[in-house]
Design a protein around this ligand. Structure first.
Ligand code: NAD
Ligand code: IPM
Ligand code: MN
Length: 370
C-alpha cells in the first residue's frame, strides 16, 4: 500500500486539542485498517511566531507543498494581538492558501438530525439542511494591492484594502461550484454586490457566461450578498450550492455555521487545481472556527469540525469515499446517542469534553468499519 503523507499543523488555542482527536483516528486507522498514513508535524500561527518570529517557516511551507494533504487546526489569540501585522498568526494561514494556490474553499453546512434542536433557529428551518458554500480563497480583498495604511500628513491616516478579481479567478471558482452542484441538487446561487462593486458586476457577468458556455444543465440564480445573508437565516433550505467571493464567503459561512448548531460543527476543504500530469490537487483541511481563546485549555472544545475536516480529506485527497462516509456516519451516530460538547448541549443530553467526544467517534467509526 502506498503511504499517504499528511502534514499536521495544529496551531494555537483549541487547535491542538481538536487535532489530538484526529491523531487518534489516524493511529486507529493505521493500526486497525492498514491505512498507511505517514504524519509529520509543523508549526503555524502564534506558536510558530514564538518559535522563530514568523507565522509559518519556509521549512514548514515546504512540508505542506510536499505532503499529499495538510490538516490545519486554528491560529491566533490575544497573546499575539500586538505582533506586527505581517507576522501575525493569521498570516501563516493566508500564506498557506496563497502559496499553495488553494483557490476553492468548500464549506458544507449540514444540520445533523440530532442537532435540529440546538440551532438558534426553529427546528423546521434547519432540519435536513445540507448546503455547500464555495468560497473563493486566493483573491479579492484579502490579497488585492494596494493594502496599506498611509499617513496623510494632516493628523489623518488612510486604511486601504483593494478588492480585485480577474476573469480567470471567477471562471475557475464558478466551474468548481457547477461541477459540485451536478453531484448534488444541481442548483447554484451566486452572491456578490453588483449594485455597488465593479468586481461584483464582473463576477456576475463571468458566472453567467461560464454557466451559458458549459453548465446550462445546472439551475443558476444570483443574489446580492446582503440579501443572501438574510435568506440564509430566513429559509436556508432554498439553497444547494452557494458560490461567492473571499470576504462574503468568510462571513456567510460563519452565518451558516449557526444553522448547524455551532461553529464547532463546520469543516472545510481548501483545494487547488488538479495537477496537469498527476491529477492530484494541493489541499488543506481546516475547520471554519478559530482558536476560541475563550475556551482554550479547558478540554471542552467541540472536535467535530476538525474530525469532519479529516473526513473531507479522506474523500477529496485520498478517494477513501467509504471511509469518509463511515466517519460522517460515526459523527451522526454519536450525536444520536445524545453525546454533546458544551457548545451544542441541550436538555436531557449527555455533556462530554473534547476527549470523550473524540473517543466515542473513533470507537463508532471502528465499529462501522468492522
Ligand atoms: P472563534 O471561531 O475562535 O470563536 C468564536 C466563538 O465560537 C467563541 O465563543 C468560541 O468559543 C466558539 N467556538 C469556536 N470553535 C469552537 C469549537 N470547536 N467548540 C466550541 N466552541 C467553539 O472566532 P474568534 O473568537 O472571532 O477568533 C479567535 C481567534 O481565532 C482570532 O485570533 C481569529 O483571527 C482566529 N481565527 C482563526 C481561524 C483559523 O485559524 N482558521 C478562523 C477564525 C478565526
Ligand atoms: C476563516 C478565518 C480566516 C479568514 C482568518 C483566520 C484569516 O476567519 O478561515 O474563516 O478570514 O479567512
Ligand atoms: Mn472566518
Amino acid at each position: 500500500m502506498a503511504t499517504r503523507k499528511l502534514l499536521l499543523l495544529a496551531g494555537d488555542g483549541i487547535g491542538p486539542e481538536a487535532m489530538a482527536e484526529v491523531k487518534k483516528l489516524i493511529a486507529a486507522m493505521n493500526e486497525k485498517l492498514g491505512a498507511g498514513f505517514e504524519t509529520e508535524e509543523g508549526l503555524v500561527g502564534g506558536c510558530a511566531y514564538d518559535a522563530h518570529g514568523q507565522a509559518i517557516s519556509d521549512a514548514d511551507m515546504g512540508k505542506a507543498m510536499a505532503a499529499d494533504a495538510t490538516l490545519f487546526g486554528a491560529v491566533g489569540g490575544p497573546k499575539w494581538d500586538a505582533v506586527p501585522y505581517e507576522v501575525r498568526p493569521e498570516a501563516g494561514l493566508l500564506r498557506l492558501r496563497k502559496d499553495m494556490q488553494l483557490f476553492a474553499n468548500l464549506r458544507p453546512a449540514i444540520c445533523y438530525p440530532a442537532l435540529a434542536q440546538s440551532s438558534s433557529l426553529k427546528p423546521e428551518v434547519v432540519e435536513g439542511l445540507d448546503i455547500l458554500i464555495i468560497r473563493e480563497l486566493t483573491g479579492g480583498v484579502y490579497f488585492g494591492e494596494p493594502k496599506e495604511i498611509i499617513d496623510l500628513g494632516n493628523g489623518q491616516k488612510r486604511g486601504i484594502d483593494t478588492q480585485v478579481y480577474d476573469t480567470f479567478e471567477i471562471e475557475r471558482i464558478a466551474g468548481v461550484a457547477f461541477e459540485l452542484a451536478r453531484t448534488r441538487k444541481n442548483k447554484v446561487c451566486s452572491m456578490e454586490k453588483r449594485n455597488v462593486m465593479k468586481s461584483g458586476v464582473l463576477w456576475n457577468e463571468v458566472v453567467t457566461a461560464t454557466h451559458k458556455a458549459h453548465y446550462s444543465d445546472v439551475e443558476l440564480s444570483h443574489m446580492l450578498a446582503d440579501a443572501g445573508g438574510m435568506q440564509l437565516v430566513r429559509w436556508p433550505k432554498q439553497f444547494d450550492v452557494i458560490v461567492t467571493d473571499n470576504l462574503f464567503g468568510d462571513m456567510l459561512s460563519d452565518v451558516a455555521a449557526m444553522l448547524t448548531g455551532s461553529l464547532g460543527m463546520l469543516p472545510s476543504a481548501s483545494l487547488g487545481a488538479p495537477d496537469a500530469m498527476t491529477g492530484k490537487r494541493k489541499a488543506l483541511y481546516e475547520p471554519v472556527h478559530g482558536s476560541a481563546p475563550d475556551i482554550a485549555g479547558q478540554g471542552i472544545a467541540n472536535p467535530i469540525a476538525m474530525i469532519a475536516s479529516f473526513a473531507m480529506c479522506l474523500r477529496y485527497s485520498f478517494n477513501m469515499v467509504a471511509e469518509a462516509d463511515r466517519l460522517e456516519a460515526a459523527i451522526a451516530a454519536v450525536l444520536d446517542d445524545g453525546l454533546r460538547t458544551a457548545d451544542i448541549m441541550s436538555d436531557g443530553m449527555t455533556k462530554v469534553g473534547t476527549v470523550q467526544m473524540g473517543d466515542a467517534i473513533v470507537e463508532k467509526f471502528l465499529a462501522l468499519s468492522a
